[in-house]
Write a protein that binds this ligand. Structure first.
Ligand SMILES: Cc1cc2nc3c(=O)[nH]c(=O)nc-3n(C[C@H](O)[C@H](O)[C@H](O)COP(=O)(O)O)c2cc1C
Length: 382
């Protein structure tokens, strides 16, 4: 491909360069994938008011998330198995985010461990926590994130059980991949991926392998998840986790105003309106449709962020216009990583920043802090 101009170009490249099993793992939702598709299509349907003859000079996207300055209000969402999209993927993405000036979130289910990523960046990153049955292990994970200097804990509340993703079952998703004839044949067509993977020793769940006892077979993600993730997770757990962590806490996976009120009561610093990128409850509304009611309910009490379906700077500004104080991107950076490694993540961020900047200007604004529902066409014409 000659010139990469948009996230879709990165997706196409990633599809070509990443083994099918891992590309499909990223580019899929649960069951019929209707929520996965709606996340993007509902964003796209939101129209802007085009303004003209306003001063567009001296624009800024600078903002803050959790009180820290960010180059734009876009963080990298936690994505499990990032290190299978490209060897050392978490380190590469964390570095790209740091250089760009946006937060990186490391998943519990990452390939590179917390300590490993911390050793390769110079600024704090965020750590995303899944709650396992083994609370001793969960407590140790929290302590490790603290010791590594992580500046926020992102507690994911919407994955105690796993939504079924057909492609993962059909592909026999595992890490490291099983060396079946079909997998070897497929990997043989992805030389960049193989090269990076051969050069690294990081091919297992770095936060888990060597840190828990009694886990025999780590290769099957869905089986392990089903056995280890705790279906009993409750708001009481949020309280002890907050206590043990003692720092900034973000609750991820809130789609309902009642739950948003509980999130505020828990003392969290921010919440993320998220349906896990359409990977859990298929048939749930898109995140952007769920956002306004939650902003209405708790927007004055807590920072409300959103993720799901963001593939452009236009999508970021749509979420901000509907009241989000910040956004996160998952697949948009994962495609960049699979396509071009660290440079691809940087490219994804550059694409989104440029689109965000120009869209803001076309809407007649110069400061991202001024974005509100007034930039939306329907606000005037409803
Ligand atoms: C491949 C993949 C793996 C993910 N793994 C995690 C994870 O380990 N923890 C988590 O909280 N969310 C996880 N998510 C959800 C993302 O954090 C985020 O909510 C979602 O990707 C946002 O939607 P988008 O990909 O359309 O931007 C994952 C998403 C994808 C696509």
């Amino acid at each position: 491909m000659a010139v990469v101009t948009c996230i879709e170009d990165l997706r196409v490249l990633a599809q070509r360069r990443v083994p099918r099993m891992f590309y499909d793992y990223a580019d899929s939702g649960s069951w019929s994938e209707s929520t996965y598709r709606a996340n993007s299509s509902d964003l796209e349907a939101i129209e802007f008011r085009q303004r003209v003859a306003v001063d567009m000079d001296q624009r800024t996207l600078r903002s803050t998330m959790l009180g820290e300055p960010v180059a734009m209000p876009v963080a990298l969402a936690p994505v499990g198995l990032t290190g299978m999209q490209r060897g050392d993927g978490e380190i590469l993405a964390a570095r790209a985010a740091e250089k760009f000036g946006v937060p990186f979130t490391l998943s519990t289910m990452s390939i590179c461990s917390i300590e490993d990523v911390a050793a390769h960046v110079s600024k704090p990153f965020w750590f995303q926590l899944y709650v396992m049955r083994d609370r001793g292990f969960v407590g140790r994970l929290i302590d490790r994130a603290k010791a590594a200097g992580c500046s926020a804990l992102v507690l994911t509340l919407d994955l105690q059980i796993l939504g079924q993703r057909h492609k993962d079952l059909k592909n026999g998703l595992s890490t490291p991949p099983k060396l079946t004839l079909a997998n070897i044949a497929n990997m043989a067509t992805k030389p960049r991926w193989c090269w990076a993977m051969l050069r690294t020793r990081r091919r297992e769940f770095g936060n888990i392998v060597g840190h828990v006892t009694g886990i025999d077979d780590m290769s099957s993600l869905s089986e392990w998840t089903a056995r280890q993730f705790d279906p009993k997770l409750s708001w009481d757990d949020v309280a002890w986790i907050k206590d043990r962590w003692g720092g900034k806490l973000v609750l991820k996976g809130i789609m309902d105003a009642e739950d948003a009120h509980r999130a505020v009561a828990s003392g969290a610093d921010a919440l993320i309106v998220s349906n896990h990128g359409g990977r859990q409850l298929d048939g749930a509304p898109s995140s952007i449709r769920a956002l306004p009611a939650i902003v209405d309910a708790v927007g004055r009490d807590i920072d409300v962020w959103m993720d799901g379906g963001i593939r452009s700077g236009q999508d970021v500004i749509r979420a901000l216009a509907l009241g989000a104080k910040g956004t996160l991107i998952g697949r948009a950076f994962v495609y960049g990583l699979g396509a071009m490694g660290e440079a691809g993540v940087t490219k994804a961020l550059e694409i989104i920043a440029k689109e965000l900047d120009l869209t803001m200007a076309f809407c007649g604004l110069r400061d991202i802090a001024d974005v509100d529902a007034n930039i939306l066409w329907r606000a005037q014409n409803a």
